[in-house]
Structures are given as structure tokens and as C-alpha cells.
Design a protein around this ligand. Sequence first.
Ligand code: HEC
Ligand code: HEC
Ligand code: HEC
Ligand code: HEC
Ligand code: HEC
Ligand code: HEC
Length: 182
Amino acid sequence: MRPSRLILPLLLLLPAFPVPPEAGRIPDIATIEVDATGPVHFSHYRHLEKLGNNCKQCHNQLYNIRSAENPRVTMKEMAAGQSCGACHNSRRAFTVTSNCYRCHPTREVAFAVPDIGDVVFSHQVHLSMFGCGDCHPGLYRAGGDNPRVSMEQMEQGLSCGACHDGAAAFGVAGDCAACHAM
Ligand code: HEC
Ligand code: HEC
Ligand code: HEC
Ligand code: HEC
Ligand code: HEC
Ligand code: HEC
């Protein structure tokens, strides 16, 4: 039996005013899988601290506790007030129209290239110039398992070579040490 089945009857009994800490009874993190950006990890405990332990701010009006019953929502719909955007509208909480990294975590990504030297792709550097959608999912799927790309393919415009062409950004045929730890 999934834990949500056990919690449903409890939830129906909850009063509308703030209730004593319920946090121990539910898992902190609800993971929402998103192909385009990688998973979003929603923290119940953080929200319950901010919202006075009130489940009814979200359940079951905004979210059914049975994940399968929640329709997928786009960022555009969120910006118009759905799902996270019901509060993340720069009035109650930081807005969904920026702050992407606060809900969609990124990290520095290492490519192992044994003979020449490894490459670290820095999200931090690139996010000062681009949004997620400039690279995902068109150039890279954020879910991982992208095919390996050779320098020859990059020179033809794949992967890093889509921008690193010597015009939009320094070229892949030029300064090897700008990317490879050599
Ligand atoms: C700020 C909004 C918010 C509040 C407040 C909130 N939840 Fe949730 N809850 C969510 C979201 C978002 C999900 C994930 C929905 C999805 O996966 O589609 C979720 C999922 C769940 C799930 C399913 C977990 C799983 O892993 O399948 C349960 C059970 C749940 N909540 C119980 C509660 C209870 C009990 C409270 C009050 C103590 C509470 N929630 C308060 C937003 C909230
Ligand atoms: C019922 C209102 C409400 C909803 C719905 C809601 N949030 Fe929040 N959230 C808040 C408030 C209030 C804060 C604290 C104020 C702030 O940080 O701007 C917060 C803070 C956060 C934080 C920062 C937490 C920290 O570490 O301090 C994250 C990340 C976040 N929300 C993600 C989400 C995601 C993802 C969703 C949708 C799945 C969501 N929220 C839905 C009200 C809400
Ligand atoms: C408050 C949290 C939050 C913030 C801030 C946020 N997102 Fe999201 N985003 C989500 C959640 C949750 C989903 C998954 C919704 C679903 O599937 O129902 C999502 C889905 C997406 C998707 C897939 C759906 C679509 O619209 O195509 C993309 C792409 C995306 N986000 C990009 C972004 C970008 C770019 C930003 C910054 C401009 C951003 N997000 C800011 C929480 C957030
Ligand atoms: C300039 C291009 C670029 C931008 C902009 C960008 N990414 Fe990425 N991202 C990459 C590359 C390159 C990889 C590594 C792909 C691979 O592993 O083959 C990656 C990988 C990822 C991964 C998987 C990381 C892992 O652990 O393997 C996630 C998740 C991700 N990106 C999320 C995001 C989100 C969210 C944003 C916006 C806030 C974003 N990215 C913006 C280029 C970009
Ligand atoms: C969407 C376009 C785009 C993609 C895709 C992209 N870059 Fe960049 N990158 C840029 C731009 C623009 C700059 C800054 C201009 C410059 O330095 O010529 C930059 C700068 C850099 C820098 C210099 C960082 C610094 O600290 O100054 C490195 C290293 C780099 N990119 C590596 C990569 C690698 C590795 C990949 C592929 C995995 C990649 N980039 C994919 C656009 C891109
Ligand atoms: C913009 C960043 C960037 C620059 C500049 C760059 N590389 Fe790379 N290189 C990469 C990345 C990222 C990979 C790993 C790609 C993958 O595995 O998908 C790679 C892979 C390689 C590989 C293994 C794949 C293959 O083609 O055999 C070699 C060898 C290599 N680079 C040599 C070089 C040399 C020599 C230079 C200079 C002429 C250079 N690289 C310039 C980013 C760069």
C-alpha cells in the first residue's frame, strides 16, 4: 500500500486552522519529474514552516496527494497562477518568471576526456547569459544519457559547438585549454 493511502483519511479530518506539527507523518521531499530540466524537489517541511502547518493551503485544491491525479503544468500556466505560481508570484513568494535555479537545481557537469584532459561545463557561468531553454532539451536532455560528441561533430555545430564557433563564443577549434584541463 502506498503511504498516501494511509494519509488520505487523516487529511480529511484536518481542521482548517493551523494544526500541530504533522511533518513527521509525511515525507519531506515530493519529487516532480520534469524531462526538460531534471527533477524538482519540493520540500514539505520548508513550506509547512512558512505556512503555519496548514495542509489545506495546497491539498487537495492545488494538488491531489495522489500524484497521478495531478495534471502536468507548464511554466506559462504557473506564471498565470496555477500550481506553484498560486503563491510564487513575487507577492507571497519569489516569482516563477525568474529564480529558475531555486526550484530547478543545477550543478557543474564533468566530462571525462582521459587523453587530453577533463572538461567541466559550468552552469553557473552560462546561466549569467542564458536560460535553461537555450540549451534544454534542444541541445542536451537534462535527464542525462546524452550521446558522446566528438570534437569533429562540435566543429560542425553540435553540443558546445552550437555556440562555441568563434563568433558567438570562442571556438572549439581554437583554444583547447579554455575547456580542457591540460
Ligand atoms: C505548499 C503546498 C503544500 C502544502 C502546504 C502541503 N503539501 Fe503535500 N504536496 C504538495 C506537492 C506539490 C506535492 C506533490 C504533488 C505531485 O507529485 O504531483 C505533495 C504531495 C503530498 C503527498 C504525496 C507524497 C508522495 O510522495 O506521493 C502527501 C501524502 C502529502 N502531500 C501530504 C500533505 C500533508 C499531510 C500536508 C500537511 C501536513 C501537506 N501535504 C501540505 C504540496 C503541499
Ligand atoms: C500555498 C503557497 C505556496 C505554494 C503553492 C508553493 N509555495 Fe513554495 N514557498 C511558499 C512560501 C510562502 C515560501 C517562503 C517565501 C519565499 O521564499 O519567498 C516558499 C518557499 C519556497 C522555496 C524556498 C525554500 C527554502 O529553502 O527556503 C522553494 C524552493 C519553493 N518554495 C518551491 C516551491 C515549488 C517547487 C512549488 C510547487 C510544486 C511551491 N513552492 C508551491 C509558498 C508556496
Ligand atoms: C517555484 C518553483 C519554480 C520556479 C521558480 C521555476 N520552475 Fe520550472 N517547474 C517547476 C515545477 C514544479 C515544474 C513541473 C510542473 C509539472 O510538471 O506539473 C516545472 C516545469 C518546468 C518546465 C517543463 C514545463 C514547461 O513549461 O515546458 C520547464 C522547461 C521549466 N520548468 C523551466 C523553468 C525556467 C526556465 C524557470 C525560470 C524562468 C523556471 N522553470 C522557474 C517549478 C519551478
Ligand atoms: C549553455 C547551455 C546550458 C544552459 C543554459 C543550461 N544547461 Fe543544463 N546542462 C548543460 C550541459 C552541457 C549539460 C550536460 C549534458 C550531458 O551530461 O551530456 C547539462 C546538464 C543538466 C542537468 C543534468 C546534470 C547532471 O547531473 O548530469 C540538469 C538537471 C540541468 N542541466 C538543468 C538545467 C537547468 C534547470 C537550467 C536552467 C536553470 C539549465 N540546465 C541551463 C547545458 C546547459
Ligand atoms: C547556448 C550557447 C552556449 C553553449 C551551448 C555552450 N556555451 Fe560555453 N559559453 C557561451 C558564451 C556566450 C560564453 C562567453 C563568451 C566567451 O567566453 O566567448 C561561454 C563561455 C564558456 C567558457 C568560459 C567560462 C569563463 O569562466 O569565462 C567555457 C569554459 C565554456 N563556455 C565551456 C563550454 C562547454 C564545455 C560547453 C559544452 C559542454 C559549452 N560551453 C556550451 C555560450 C555557450
Ligand atoms: C568549448 C569547449 C571545448 C573546446 C574549446 C575544446 N573541447 Fe574538446 N571536448 C569538449 C567536451 C565537452 C568534450 C566531451 C564531449 C562528450 O563527451 O560528449 C570534448 C572531447 C574531446 C575529445 C574526445 C572526443 C574526440 O573528439 O575524440 C578530444 C580528443 C578533444 N576534446 C580534444 C580537443 C582539442 C585538441 C581541442 C583544441 C583544438 C579541444 N578539444 C577544444 C569541449 C571542448
